[in-house]
Design a protein around this ligand. Structure first.
Ligand code: PEP
Ligand code: MG
Length: 880
C-alpha cells in the first residue's frame, strides 16, 4: 500500500502528534470526543520532510492523497471547491509537533474566487460578508503564499476607509468592499505579472507549499535554535472547513484559556470579537471584549463553551488554550492545545492540578519548562521606589515581571543595544514574528496595539519577558522614534529610560529600583517535589560570598567551581597580580604572592562561611595571561614605578609574555609547573582559611582543591605534590590536621582519553566542558560566535555546542572518562562545571552518564534542580 501522507480528522488522535503536528492531533482528538469541530484533514509532517527531500516539490502521490481527502470532506459537508451552487471554503494552517511562532500561521477563506464569492453572497444573502471574506483572502494569500507585502494591501484598505468616512472595517459597505477587492486584484496583477489565481485546487496546493516553505524561514530557524527543536521534525498542514465569524452580529470568534495564562488562577480567561475572523483578534486591529461578556450577550453559546472547556481540560489534564468561532449563533471549536503560560502561572497550575487530583507530583514536575523558571528568579520593583514612581500610562498586563530599560523602537537596534549590555525596553505599535530576536533580548516589551493574546503578549509570556500590550494612553511612532503620552503631550525618544510593570500594566517614568525575587510559595513546593525525585546534586559556580549566598537561596548544595582568577580582577588587587606575572625571579614573585595571600584567604573564608557545611571546590589559578597583563603604556609605566623597573624593561617583559593563542597558552596547571610558588600560595590560602573558619564556626570544612587544564597525569602529580607538601607544612605550623581533597578538571581531550591514569592521582573529576568543547572541536571559545551563525544557517549545527553539550563527540569523551576513571577509582566523585551544567538537555545527559553533580551559575541552579528531576522521570519512562 502507498505510504499515507494525509489523515482525515476522524482517522487520527492526540497520540499522533509527531505525524499530525500538535494542532492536527488535537483536532482529530476533539473530533473523536464528539465536539463540534469543522471537518477537515491533516497533511503529515512526513509530507513536509518529503517535500524537502524531493527538492521542494510536492509529489503527485501527495497531491493525489490531498485531493482524495478533499473529495471525502466535500461530500461529507455537501459542498464543492469552485462550485457556484454550494462553494466549499477552507482554512489552511500550519502545525508542527511543538507550537512554533515564526512560521506561516493561517490562511482563511481559501476557495474564494470571482464566481464563488457571488455564490457565497447569494447563499448567505449577505453580499457584504462575501466580499469582506474575499478581500481578506486575497490579502492573506498574496502575503503569505505569494510574498506580496501586507502593508501594500493595508494602504488600499486605509485609503478606502478614509474615502468612505469609515472608522472601523465593519463600517465598510458591500460596495466599498467590492471596490477594495478590485483594487487588491489589480495590485496583485501589477506585483506578480499574472491574475490572482482563481482555481481553488491550485490555491490549496500553493498554500500547502507555503506552509512547508515557512518551516525553513529565518524566524522559524531562530525559534527552533532557541527551543532545541530539530529541523528534521517538519510541520504538518491542517485543511479545515471554514466556519464564519464574520457573518454578522450573531457571529464571532475568540480565544480562551481554561485558566489564566498570567497567574494560573482557575477561571476562564479570554477574549472575543463579534462579526470578525480570527486574525482580527490576534493582530490587535480591533480591541476584543473579555470572554465573560459572552455570558451576557450569548448565554447559551457561553454555557456550551464552558462545558467544552471543562471536558477538554479534564481530558488533557492540563490548562487548555482554545480557539472558537460562532457562526450564526452556533459554536465551533477550531483548536485546543496545552496553553502557553508564564512561569508563575505554570507553577500555580501544576500545584493546583495536583491538589485537584488531576495529576501526580511527578507529572507536575515534568510539565514545567526548566528554562522558564528564570523569569521567576529575577527582580521585581522595590515597593517603596514604586510608590514614588510616576505612572505615565497604563496598558494591558500581558506578561508579568518588572523591567527598567532604555527605549528602542526597532528590534534589530534593540538587539544591538542588548548585546552592548544595555537594558532594553522594546517599544512597538505591535510586534510581529520578525521582531523575535529583539524581543528575546529585551527586558520589557511595550506595544500600543493588541490584546492579551496579541503576538507581543503570547511571545513575551513564553520568553518570560515582562510585557505591556495595547497601551492606548500613548502613541508609538516607530519611524520618528517617538513615544507621545497622549494626555500630557510629553514625548520620550530612543535611549530614554522607562519602567514597565507587566503584572499591573503600568508604565513608569525613568528607571525604578528593583528587588530580588520571592522564592517561596508554589516555587518552593515544586522545587521540593523536584528535589525528592532527582539523583544529581546541584552545585554552583561562584567566586564571591555574595554569589555564593545567592546560589544558596536558589538551592545550591555546594560550590563546584570557584574561579580564583576572578578574585584578582578588582582594581586594588590587579597591581599585585601583575607584579606576580611579570616577576623576573622567584624572590620577586614571592613578594607579590605575599601581597595576594591575605586577600585570597579572606575571600575563601567569606565563601566558606556563606556556604556553611556545603562542599566548596576551589580551582587553582587559570587565567589566560593576557587578561591580566597591563596593555596601555601608562599602565606599564605605573607598574614599572611600583616595581622599581624602567618602562622599557617592563615593556619588554610584557611583550615577551604575549601569546599568539592565549586560550591554549600558558594557563591552568602549566602556570604552577613553571611557578610552583603560585600553587604554594593558593594551597596555604585554602588550608589556612578552612582552618580559621573551622575554628570560628565548628563546621567540618573539607576543602576540595581542583587543578585545571591537566592533560597528562605527571603534570597533575607535580602540582599535587606541591599542594600536599604545602598543606603538610601549614598543618605542622598550626598544629592541626583535617581532611582535604585534590582533584582535577577534565577539559583537555587527552585527559579524557587517559582518565584511568589521571584517576590514580585525582580524587575527583569535574568536566570543564567549555574548554573540552573548544579543544574537541578546535573552535576558539573567544571567536567561534563569529562564524557559528553560518553553521546554523547551513544546518551543519542546530545548536550552539558551547551552550548544549555535543553528546555525540564531546559527550563520548565524557563517557569514556567516566568509565576509565571509575575503573581506576570506583568511588571517584564526578561533576561538571562548564556552562553546560545549567542547560536542561545537558543536565539530562549528565544524569544519564552517571555524574554525581552538576555545577552552574547561581541563577541557573533552580533550572538544573528541575532538569535533574525531569531526567529521572524521563529515564524511568524510557525503562532505564
Ligand atoms: C571549563 O573549561 O569548562 C571551565 C569551567 O573552566 P573555564 O571556563 O574557567 O575555562
Ligand atoms: Mg576551563
Amino acid at each position: 500500500m502507498a505510504h499515507k501522507y494525509v489523515y482525515l480528522f476522524d482517522e487520527g488522535n492526540a497520540g499522533m502528534r509527531n505525524l499530525l503536528g500538535g494542532k492536527g492531533a488535537n483536532l482529530a482528538e476533539m473530533t473523536g470526543l464528539g465536539l463540534p469541530v469543522p471537518y477537515g484533514f491533516t497533511i503529515t509532517t512526513e509530507a513536509c520532510t518529503r517535500y524537502y527531500d524531493d527538492g521542494k516539490m510536492i509529489s503527485d502521490e501527495i497531491v493525489h492523497q490531498i485531493y482524495s481527502a478533499l473529495a471525502t470532506v466535500e461530500s461529507a459537508v455537501g459542498k464543492k471547491f469552485g462550485s457556484v451552487e454550494n462553494p466549499y471554503l477552507v482554512s489552511v494552517r500550519s502545525g508542527a509537533r511543538a507550537s512554533m511562532p515564526g512560521m506561516m500561521d493561517t490562511i482563511l477563506n481559501l476557495g474564494l474566487n470571482d464566481d464563488t464569492v457571488l455564490a457565497m453572497a447569494r447563499l448567505t444573502n449577505n453580499e457584504r460578508f462575501a466580499f469582506d471574506s474575499y478581500r481578506r483572502f486575497i490579502q492573506m494569500f498574496s502575503d503569505v503564499v505569494m510574498g506580496v507585502e501586507k502593508a501594500k494591501f493595508d494602504k488600499i484598505l486605509d485609503a478606502a476607509k478614509k474615502a468612505h468616512g469609515c472608522e472601523k472595517d465593519t463600517d465598510l459597505t458591500a460596495d466599498d468592499l467590492k471596490e477594495i477587492v478590485s483594487a487588491y486584484k489589480a495590485l496583485y496583477l501589477a506585483q506578480k505579472g499574472e491574475a490572482f489565481p482563481q482555481n481553488p485546487h491550485v490555491q490549496l496546493i500553493e498554500a500547502v507549499k507555503a506552509v512547508f516553505r515557512s518551516w525553513d524561514n529565518p524566524r522559524a530557524i531562530v525559534y527552533r535554535r532557541m527551543n532545541d527543536i530539530p529541523y528534521s521534525w517538519g510541520t504538518a498542514v491542517n485543511v479545515q472547513s471554514m466556519v464564519f465569524g464574520n457573518m454578522g452580529d450573531d457571529s464571532g470568534t475568540g480565544v480562551a484559556f481554561t485558566r489564566s495564562p498570567s497567574t494560573g488562577e482557575k477561571s476562564l480567561f479570554g477574549e472575543f470579537l463579534m462579526n470578525a475572523q480570527g486574525e482580527d483578534v490576534v493582530a490587535g486591529i480591533r480591541t476584543p471584549s473579555p470572554i465573560s461578556v459572552l455570558a451576557d450577550t450569548n448565554p447559551e453559546v457561553y454555557a456550551q463553551f464552558v462545558r467544552i472547556a471543562d471536558i477538554l481540560e479534564k481530558h488533557y489534564r492540563d490548562m487548555q488554550d482554545m480557539e472558537f468561532t460562532i457562526e450564526k449563533g452556533k459554536l465551533y471549536m477550531l483548536q485546543t492545545r496545552n496553553g502557553k503560560r508564564t512561569a508563575a502561572a505554570a507553577l500555580q497550575v501544576a500545584v493546583d492540578l495536583v491538589s485537584e487530583g488531576m495529576i501526580t507530583r511527578q507529572e507536575a514536575v515534568a510539565m514545567i519548562d526548566p528554562k522558564s523558571l528564570d523569569a521567576l528568579l529575577h527582580p521585581t520593583f522595590d515597593a517603596k521606589a514604586l510608590k514614588e514612581g510616576k505612572v505615565i500610562a497604563t496598558g494591558l498586563p500581558a506578561s508579568p515581571g518588572a523591567a527598567a530599560g532604555r527605549i528602542y523602537f526597532d528590534a534589530t537596534e534593540a538587539m544591538e543595544a542588548g548585546e552592548r549590555g544595555e537594558a532594553v525596553i522594546l517599544a512597538r505599535k505591535e510586534t510581529s514574528p520578525e521582531d523575535i530576536e529583539g524581543m528575546n533580548i529585551a527586558k520589557g516589551i511595550l506595544t500600543s496595539f493588541g490584546g492579551m493574546t496579541s503576538h507581543a503578549a503570547v511571545v513575551a509570556r513564553q520568553l518570560g519577558t515582562c510585557c505591556i500590550s495595547g497601551c492606548k494612553d500613548i502613541n508609538i511612532d516607530e519611524a520618528s522614534k517617538l513615544i507621545t503620552i497622549l494626555k500630557s503631550g510629553e514625548t520620550l525618544t530612543e535611549g530614554d529610560w522607562l519602567s514597565l510593570d507587566g503584572s499591573t500594566g503600568k508604565v513608569y517614568e525613568g528607571a525604578i529600583k528593583t528587588v530580588p525575587a520571592e522564592l517561596s510559595g508554589n516555587f518552593a513546593t515544586i522545587m521540593g517535589w523536584a528535589d525528592a525525585i532527582r539523583r544529581l546534586k546541584v552545585r554552583t559556580n561562584a567566586d564571591s560570598p555574595a554569589q555564593a549566598a545567592t546560589a544558596v537561596r536558589f538551592g545550591a548544595e555546594g560550590i563546584g567551581l570557584c574561579r580564583t582568577e576572578h578574585m584578582f580582577f578588582d582594581e586594588d588587587r590587579i597591581p599585585a597580580v601583575r607584579e606576580m606575572i611579570v616577576a623576573k625571579n622567584a624572590e620577586e614573585r614571592a613578594k607579590a604572592l605575599a601581597k595576594i595571600l591575605p586577600m585570597q584567604k579572606e575571600d575563601f573564608k567569606g565563601i566558606y562561611k556563606a556556604m556553611g557545611a556545603r562542599p566548596v571546590t576551589i580551582r587553582f589559578l587559570d587565567p589566560p595571561l593576557h587578561e591580566f597583563l597591563p596593555h596601555k603604556d601608562e599602565e606599564i609605566a605605573d607598574l614599572a614605578k611600583t616595581m622599581g623597573l624602567s618602562f622599557e624593561e617592563l615593556k619588554a617583559t610584557v611583550d615577551g609574555l604575549k601569546e599568539s593563542n592565549p586560550m591554549m597558552g600558558h594557563r591552568g596547571c602549566r602556570l604552577s609547573v613553571t611557578y610552583p610558588e603560585i600553587a604554594e600560595m593558593q594551597t596555604r590560602a585554602v588550608i589556612e582559611a578552612a582552618a580559621e573558619v573551622r575554628a570560628e564556626t565548628g563546621l567540618d570544612i573539607i576543602p576540595e582543591i581542583m587543578i585545571p587544564l591537566v592533560g597528562e597525569v605527571k603534570e597533575l602529580k607535580y602540582v599535587k605534590d606541591i599542594v600536599l607538601a604545602t598543606a603538610k607544612k601549614v598543618f605542622v605550623e598550626k598544629g592541626l590536621k583535617f581532611k582535604f581533597l585534590v582533584g582535577t578538571m577534565i577539559e583537555i581531550p587527552r585527559a579524557a582519553l587517559t582518565a584511568d591514569e589521571i584517576a590514580t592521582e585525582a580524587e575527583f573529576f569535574s568536566f570543564g566542558t567549555n574548554d573540552l568543547t573548544q579543544m574537541t572541536f578546535g573552535f576558539s571559545r573567544d571567536d567561534a560566535g563569529k562564524f557559528l551563525s553560518d553553521y546554523y544557517a547551513k544546518k551543519i549545527f542546530e545548536s550552539d555546542p558551547f551552550a548544549r553539550v555535543d553528546q555525540i563527540g564531546v559527550g563520548k569523551l565524557m563517557q569514556m572518562a567516566v568509565k576509565l576513571g571509575r575503573e581506576t577509582r570506583p568511588d571517584l566523585h564526578l561533576g561538571i562545571c562548564g556552562e553546560h551544567g545549567g542547560d536542561p538537555s545537558s543536565v539530562e545527559f549528565c544524569h544519564r552518564i552517571g555524574l554525581d553533580y552538576v555545577s552552574c551559575s547561581p541563577y541557573r541552579v533552580p533550572i538544573a534542580r528541575l532538569a535533574a528531576a525531569q531526567a529521572v522521570i524521563k529515564g524511568s519512562k524510557a525503562g532505564k
